[in-house]
Design a protein around this ligand. Sequence first.
Ligand code: SF4
Ligand SMILES: [Zn+2]
Length: 360
Amino acid sequence: MPECANEKFDIDSSIRQIRSRMRPKRSSPTQYVAAWSEDDLIQEFADEKQDLATAKLVPVKAFVIILRTRGCFWALKSGCSMCGYINDSCSGEITGDDIMAQFNAAMQRYKDEAIVKIFNSGSFFDTQEIQREIQQKILRELSGKAKKVALETRVEFVNEKDLQEAIEAVKPAQLELGIGLESANDAILEKSINKHMKFEDFVRAASTARRLGVLVKTYMLVKPPFLTEREAIEDAVESVRKASPYTTTFSFNPMNVQNFTFVEHLFHRGEYRPPYLWSVAEILRRAKPLTNARLQCDPTGGGSRRGAHNCAKCDDAVLADIRRFSLTQNAKALEGIMEIKCECKEEWKDKLEIEKFSGF
Ligand code: SF4
Ligand SMILES: [Zn+2]
């Protein structure tokens, strides 16, 4: 019987127990987690009034920096059921100078990429992670260098005043805010993901950002724990429909089982399988006509047992088409996936029919 079927089951306490067994790695406070360059698309707007449906998408390079901070405030208390980012945080004290040193070291590798993404596996606007003057310094440093600067934050830290200051600091670059919504279903957010927010919190934060002209990238989790394969597809499609008015890009994260997470605990007990890549393709195919937002997906760990996978024979071909679609938005890539023939497709279809609904 899955744990969630037990009335006394409390996901928050389970996550706290799992986290208490984790021993943070010792890491230097001046050493950034990672930095790399990748392909991406940028929305080009002719003027402020042009809407998303007619904006041109242009292929560009993006430079990604992952900064090490004290970690996401929610992960430090409890955390989301799938998130192991806290493994990358710094167990000791970390000062503003340390963060600036990380940023400067990473920028040595910057090669004028049009987009710069500053991620900290938490919230850029949380001053407990990155002090306000350091946020401002980083943004001012990027103004005039990048065409677009992308940041991530939880909804609690989105307010008009801080956003306005960030817009001023980074201009003329466009600002994009990444917000982890995961699912627009409050029951799933609470009982399956332990997200510690409701859909209406996302609506408030994303509306504030959009009102100020900030782009909003909404992260969606594909196949939260306890959901069947079919429920996971329906949840992702329905979430796109609900979040579309507040979103300029949807970024789908098919589950990747990370260390020291509640999802890993289920995985070891044989109670969780990451989504099929067929499901990911099906979500993209069905979501495309529902929104003008860009749909993006580059499955971390795709093709492995811990990431979204089909069978060893077709994983590479399906992943290549998903990535191609993500970078072109051309629905033909998705039609191509549907035409790929493999025995595991029948297994997937059977699963969609026979799995007992969990009730989400
Ligand atoms: S998914 Fe985001 S909000 Fe949740 S614990 Fe991880 S970093 Fe924090
Ligand atoms: Zn296959």
